[in-house]
Write a protein that binds this ligand. Structure first.
Ligand SMILES: Cc1ncc(COP(=O)(O)O)c(C=O)c1O
Length: 389
């Protein structure tokens, strides 16, 4: 009906998460929402910290002129400086406001990076399983996503990544803590990846490492997220406050490009221009004014850690094979049936909603998003236990 063939194709192949969510909505109508245990969506349940709300109230009450006007496309200078100070302190690298661009969430940030980097046919390597939107963000800008399977423990298979690199490779996109597996890549594997990319550079090919750190503060048991900026020079981090401050609906994030990137100015200019012409113009003004001050703050991650522990215990006691996530709020157990779609449909019969692994590029698994009320997790115990029997 007049819509583009490519969008129509993308919509069809689009999203098991949405499909399962929508099937779940039907079940909720049929049985009552309280009787359906919905683990499909990664929508953070925690409220933003109290200090955030106080700051928001203060800013709204202020009569500073021009607060709601356009600004430079990269965002307010003072906010970028606050974020640069945070990055500088964390990495000990000479970040300045010119390394930072405020974006419309991590999704907006990734689109800006790809718009700036990709020519048609350029390839972006993505470890599989992966967050399915990556395929669209890369495709939006003429790029080609090249999936490379991770190892059985969902860590990077550096050998396979090296083999997948060719002349068309423009970037490797990693996401840690990972959606859907909860895995956090360690320093050693990132260093190995860096040395592979560096070797290519010596041969005249520049490959960027794009690190999606949307879940960087949702990390458990004192695990430390390795500092990718100190591991590889051509690194661009894209992050947001959707999860760590519970602001998913406010659409605020940023791009931080490493000060070690040679000849960085054209790259920054290209990303700022992309932010403009993608129609974002700039990130939401009100949110920018607040988040700069909250770089060292996050929601109480214990709220997610106790949920992680609870769902992990339930799955293990029910006999599922599962890797304990170290971050984010997803768990990715092995499906006890070879067909993960069939298994998720079985779970639905027990009123549990999850997403088949195929929705993340890896059949034979399923994803549960445990950013739900504790009571939902507790009530799932009975069904998982029964199911196991
Ligand atoms: C891995 C990953 N990257 C990016 C995003 C998008 O984040 P935002 O809402 O800040 O655009 C999500 C959201 O779920 C995600 O899981």
């Amino acid at each position: 009906m007049g819509i583009s063939k490519s969008i129509s194709k993308s919509m069809k192949s689009s999203s098991w998460i949405r499909a399962m969510f929508e099937e779940g909505e039907k079940l909720k109508k049929q049985y009552g929402p309280e009787n359906i245990l919905d683990f499909t969506l990664g929508n953070p349940i925690t409220e933003p910290p109290r200090e955030f709300k106080e700051e928001l109230a203060k800013i709204i009450a202020s009569d500073t002129k021009g607060m709601h006007r356009y600004m430079t496309n990269s965002g307010y200078e003072f906010v970028r400086q606050e974020i640069a100070d945070y990055c500088k302190e964390k990495t000990k690298l000479p970040f300045s406001k010119d390394n930072i661009i405020m974006t419309v969430g991590a999704a907006g940030g990734l689109n800006v990076v790809f718009k700036a980097l990709l020519d048609p046919g350029n390839e972006v390597i993505v470890p599989n399983p992966y967050f399915v939107e990556f395929m669209f963000y890369i495709g939006n800008h003429g790029g080609v996503m090249k999936l490379v399977d991770t190892k059985n423990d969902f860590h990077l298979d550096i050998g396979k990544i090296e083999k997948a690199i060719n002349k068309k490779t423009k970037a490797v996109l990693i996401n840690s803590p990972n959606n859907p597996t909860g895995v956090v890549y360690n320093e050693e594997e990132l260093k190995e990846l860096a040395s592979v990319l560096r070797k290519k550079r010596e041969n005249g090919q520049r490959i960027f490492l794009i690190a999606d750190e949307a879940y960087k503060k949702l990390i458990y048991n004192g695990t430390v997220l390795p500092d990718v900026f100190n591991i590889y020079e051509d690194t661009i981090v894209v992050t947001c406050h959707s999860k760590d401050l519970g602001l998913a609906g406010e659409r605020i994030g940023y791009i931080a490009a490493s000060p070690a990137i040679q000849n960085i100015n054209p790259l920054m200019d290209a990303m700022i221009f992309s932010n403009r012409i993608l129609g974002f113009i700039n990130a939401p003004a009100l949110m920018q004014r607040i988040v700069g001050k909250f770089q060292n703050t996050s929601i109480d991650i214990m709220e997610y850690q106790v949920r992680r522990d609870a769902i992990y215990d339930i799955l293990v006691e029910s006999g599922f094979e599962v890797i304990k996530p170290l971050g984010a709020f997803y768990i990715f157990p092995k499906s006890p049936m070879p067909d993960d779609i069939q298994f998720v449909r079985e779970l639905q019969k027990h009123h549990i909603l999850g997403v088949p692994g195929i929705g993340f590029g890896r059949s034979g698994y399923f994803r549960l998003a445990y950013c739900v009320e504790m009571d939902v997790i507790e009530r799932s115990r009975k069904y998982f236990n029964e199911f196991a029997k």
